[in-house]
Design a protein around this ligand. Structure first.
Ligand code: SAM
Length: 290
């Protein structure tokens, strides 16, 4: 196989030959350090038994490493200017397929059914476009794919929110949405200098491993979601004040009785509540017809 693209000189030569200019608005920061790419593959624990969805292949730096280790790779790339480059850099990787789509508009269930045989373990591995890290994570979680894990590079601040525990200022609705269905481990952090061009934030590789059962049994995930987002709507306010805004002043008595049933102090703040606390409160609120 020809040289890997993940080297500064090779990447720069490809970009120059194709007259390609990075679009900052698309989060285009390409990795040129093969040691980091190898560490991502190791963190994802990839084997030939795995099928991989990659988001944002760029010029294929990570895709080449994924295709070396996995059974099949499908990479979703929004920028059609990259297609001729990817044709070239992935020419020797017949198990890698590029799909020219916006990940947020892709029906991921249909994509999986179309491209994979269902006999391999499904993983997401990606160096995400940072401007839409949270929407991508939520889109992946909501797609309810038969996913084993996601190993994704993101800005360090978001990684901290994903693994935050109750009582910390990073803890919020994103921590809860993710931890409900996945266990979170930060594999390693990456300096901004590993990218071309260097982004203005530091990065971390996080592995989210799907739980066999959600951390709390929810009968109505949409109601739970609404409660969590409403409880965190104004972080400086007490839980009580946020719940009154969420359910309306006319429902004060019902809110108070649900808090009592769930044994939760109305004067506390949402950031103090565990996922189990939120699940209990959600059940009590619904029992009170809210
Ligand atoms: N994987 C490459 C690497 O590691 O060098 C590139 C990663 S770069 C941080 C993010 C990539 O995501 C870019 O190629 C960008 O064009 C692509 N991208 C941005 N928004 C996207 C979207 N909505 N759907 C799919 N790809 C997107």
């Amino acid at each position: 196989k020809p040289e890997k693209v993940a080297q500064p000189a090779v990447t720069n030569a490809i970009l120059k030959r194709h007259g390609f200019h990075m679009r900052k608005g698309l989060g285009q920061n390409f990795l040129t350090d093969s040691k980091i790419l190898q560490k991502i593959v190791t963190a994802a624990d990839l084997t030939p038994e795995d099928d991989v969805i990659e988001i944002g292949p760029g010029i294929g730096a990570l895709t080449q490493f994924l295709a070396d280790s996995a059974h099949q790779v499908v990479a979703l790339e929004i920028d059609d200017r990259l297609l001729p480059i990817l044709d070239e850099t992935l020419a020797d990787y017949p198990n890698a397929t590029v799909v020219n789509e916006d990940v947020l508009k892709t029906d991921l269930g249909a994509l999986v059914a179309e491209h994979f045989d269902g006999k391999h373990t499904l993983k997401v591995v990606a160096n995400l476009p940072y401007y839409i890290t949270t929407p991508i994570l939520l889109h992946l979680l909501r797609a309810q794919l038969p996913l084993h894990s996601m190993t994704v590079m993101m800005q360090r601040e978001v990684a901290e929110r994903l693994s935050a525990t109750p009582g910390s200022k990073e803890y919020g609705s994103l921590s809860i949405a993710v931890q409900l269905v996945a266990s979170v481990a930060t594999a390693f952090t990456v300096s901004r200098h590993a990218f071309v061009p260097a982004p203005n934030v530091d990065s971390a590789i996080v592995t989210l491993t799907q739980r066999t059962e959600p951390l709390a049994a929810l009968t109505d995930p949409a109601s739970f979601d609404r409660l969590v987002r409403g409880a965190f709507a104004s972080r400086r306010k007490t839980l009580w004040n946020n719940l009154v805004v969420l359910f309306g002043k006319t429902n004060k008595a019902a809110i108070r009785s649900a808090l009592t049933t769930a044994a939760i102090d109305p004067g506390t703040r949402a950031e103090r509540l565990s996922i189990a606390d939120f699940a209990r409160l959600d059940r009590a609120l619904r029992a009170a017809d809210l």
